[in-house]
Ligand binder design. Structure first.
Ligand SMILES: Cc1cc2nc3c(=O)[nH]c(=O)nc-3n(C[C@H](O)[C@H](O)[C@H](O)COP(=O)(O)OP(=O)(O)OC[C@H]3O[C@@H](n4cnc5c(N)ncnc54)[C@H](O)[C@@H]3O)c2cc1C
Ligand code: SF4
Length: 495
């Protein structure tokens, strides 16, 4: 514990943001990280609790009190070693993790939690700047081969762990660039893509082979799953992979967008968020797109109140939308959580993201009844939508009479979450699905990420359903250990 009285002396210090007018002009990150001195002061607030709830609140079980102490002592090099011992990619989580660790921090019982995420961010950014993050190729090769399908955080974490254990790992990715939703979901203003590129270089030096633009199996011909991001120019069958590799890990994410099948859904101008967001990330990366979906001068309505919706808000404002409004079906949560009731768990409270602060109307308890077409030459294009307010009675949603309203809308973005992985890919391997349509495989119930098909494992959103980057990293790491044990009879990879 750095400073015994630190938590009494120092306040929580938030990372800064560039001013809104400035950040709306660019696609760059706008968070101003803590300085070395600020990080030291923040880490001095850690009480090194006997039972560190933060450590179990963090899905990768980052050893938070230890790296806080090391930062306080000025030993940043040891701090990154501690951080990397549980988390392959702290630069991703240090930027986009919602930080359930902070909700679990003991200081959060009656004060503001330690700024754990900001300290993690500072440690990894310093480590890269100092040149401390280098390839760790294996000492010996195992002679075993592993195919990882999907290059999101689950696939990347698994691939890195397996390569370091000596296996020959090939990552198959249908998109033209590696990274999964880190690359094509999360906008650049939340996480610039150079962070992924330098990890890819590190992993290539450790022996991982990346094959982008390669589709494993096939997408369905229609429905939401047919519209997932896909730049594949080559296809490889499940049978081929099963024949060529000693083990296969399915980490293809949960890509099927939840649809809103109300009248007018087919109108031009109504899109899934994951049709809109990847296009902008591709443009930032230098691609030339024909007919990019843009929000310039438009009245934008984002349906869905979560993170994906919030990313649509930030992207629309950067395009120069005339107005942006976000709809949420559920009632507005309270501004403050009920700490005695919820600590150390993730609290139910109103969350206002940096994108909301950039300009956005927010409507709660509202349901969309229909998309309204224009007239004449606009008869196939959305010009508005019809809504009604709703209430929840006995767990059922009921419409509130007299609250019907029509809204102007030139662009509607559907950001209501994801229902399941693409079923046809799981079917190609003969992998059973659970009740929610995810790949059926357990974690700590003894089944160790194994599916019903011999030598086929599953991890990340493809197994657990839509989730978070930090959960995907956890599952990738744990699945890698299981694959390693399956191939070698035992594993020294961390759990
Ligand atoms: C817009 C958006 C914003 C988000 N923001 C955050 C955030 O701020 N913080 C956070 O923690 N989480 C966020 N999430 C959630 C987070 O990104 C995901 O939980 C996480 O990326 C899941 O990782 P994964 O590796 O399981 O899958 P994914 O990241 O989805 O990667 C799966 C990859 O597999 C590829 N693939 C699928 N099938 C095949 C196939 N048959 N052949 C070849 N390749 C295939 C896909 O193309 C994709 O690249 C966000 C999600 C979205 C959609
Ligand atoms: S990965 Fe997320 S939960 Fe874990 S320490 Fe970092 S910010 Fe907290």
């Amino acid at each position: 514990m750095g400073k015994v009285t630190g938590f009494l002396e120092f306040e929580r210090l938030e990372e800064g943001y560039e001013p809104v007018p400035q950040r709306l002009k660019t696609w760059k990150e706008f968070v101003i990280g803590l300085s070395e001195e600020q990080s030291k002061v923040q880490s001095a607030r850690c009480m090194d609790c006997g039972t560190p709830f933060c450590n179990s609140g963090c899905p990768v079980n980052n050893i938070i009190p230890d790296f806080n102490d090391l930062v306080y002592q000025g030993d940043w090099r040891s701090a990154i070693e501690v951080l990397h011992s549980t988390n392959n990619f702290p630069e991703f989580t240090g930027r986009v993790c919602p930080a359930p660790c902070e909700a679990a921090c003991t200081l959060n019982v009656n004060d503001d939690p330690v700024g754990i995420k900001s300290i993690e961010h500072a440690i990894i950014d310093r480590a890269w700047a100092e040149g401390w993050v280098t390839p760790q190729p294996p000492v010996a090769k195992s002679g075993k081969t592993v195919a990882v399908i999907g290059s999101g955080p689950a696939g990347l974490a698994a691939a890195q762990q397996l390569a370091r254990a000596g296996h020959a790992v090939t990552v198959f990715e249908k998109n033209s660039r590696i990274g999964g939703l880190l690359r094509y979901g999360i906008p650049d203003f939340k996480m610039e893509k150079s962070h992924i590129d330098r990890r890819i270089a590190q992993m290539q030096a450790e022996g991982v082979v990346f094959r982008s633009g390669v589709m494993v199996g096939e997408l369905p011909k229609d429905g939401p799953a047919a519209r997932v991001t896909n730049d594949a120019t080559e296809t490889v069958s499940a049978q081929q992979l099963l024949a060529d590799f000693d083990a296969v890990l399915l980490a293809g994410g949960s890509e099927t967008s939840r649809d809103l099948p109300v009248p007018g859904r087919e109108l031009a101008g109504v899109h899934f968020a994951m049709e809109f967001l990847p296009q902008q990330n591709k443009v930032v990366a230098g691609d030339k797109l024909k007919g990019q979906i843009r929000a310039d001068g438009k009245h934008v309505i984002v349906i869905g109140g979560g993170d994906t919706g919030s990313d649509c808000v930030g992207t629309s404002n950067r395009h120069g939308a005339a107005s942006v409004t976000q709809f949420e079906l559920m009632p507005q949560p309270p501004e403050e959580e009920d700490k005695p009731l919820t600590w150390p768990y993730w609290p139910y409270k109103l969350r206002t993201s940096s994108s909301h602060e950039e300009g956005c109307g927010r409507e709660f308890a509202i349901a969309t009844k229909a998309f309204v077409p224009g007239t004449g030459k606009d008869k196939h294009r959305v010009v508005g939508l019809k809504t009604v307010h709703v209430q929840w009675q006995g767990g059922k949603m009921v419409e509130v009479p007299g609250t019907e309203k029509e809204w102007k809308a030139d662009l509607v973005l559907l950001a209501m979450g994801f229902t399941a992985p693409v079923a046809s890919v799981l079917d190609a391997f003969g992998v059973e699905r659970d009740g929610r349509g995810n790949a059926k495989a357990g974690t700590d119930d003894g089944s160790g990420y194994r599916t019903n098909v011999a030598k086929v494992f599953a991890a990340g959103d493809m197994r657990r359903g839509q989730s978070l980057v930090v959960w995907a990293i956890r599952e990738g790491r744990q699945a890698a250990r299981e694959v390693d044990a399956f191939l070698m009879g035992r594993s020294t990879l961390p759990r």
